[in-house]
Ligand binder design. Sequence first.
Ligand SMILES: [Zn+2]
Length: 180
Amino acid sequence: MMPAIFMDRDGVVTEDIGYVHRIEDFKLIPNAIEGLKVLKDYKLFFITNQSGIGRGYYKLEDFFNYNKRVLDELKKNGISIAKTYYCPHKPDDNCDCRKPKIKLLKQAEEEFNVDLQKSFVIGDRKSDFEMGRDAGCRTIHVMTGYGSNAKNEVHPDYAARDLLDAAKWIIENFENGNKR
Ligand SMILES: [Zn+2]
């Protein structure tokens, strides 16, 4: 069992302009690469709600192409994402994979033998913290995406400026997911 870092993609690592899917709109958030480098000894995952697919704004293939662009850029910087988990459904589909539901976290737990109790969820929306909390993970709110103006009804364990700040908090306070 190992700890892992689960990140929302849009608004945490890449700029979120809303339903982002076009490669020409790809843009990293400042300090994202630096933060990921600090966390390189953890297994890293994306968990992303992609209702734009279910709403017909873009196709699954567009999502894959865009995500590959993101992963390629990270790879160039020596960072690898173990797996991207995504929900393609609309909210009213009532699926069981859309955040804040914890199905995708549970899937990672099973597929990668992840210790959720020692893992971290980093996101910019309430649905990220709710999912993390409900699965027993630590939760971190980054202010870089939607988070900068989100009403914070669910309290995360730490409010970070950006991914680098979040990464430093993890490294300074935890070792292998255990509290120092
Ligand atoms: Zn879903």
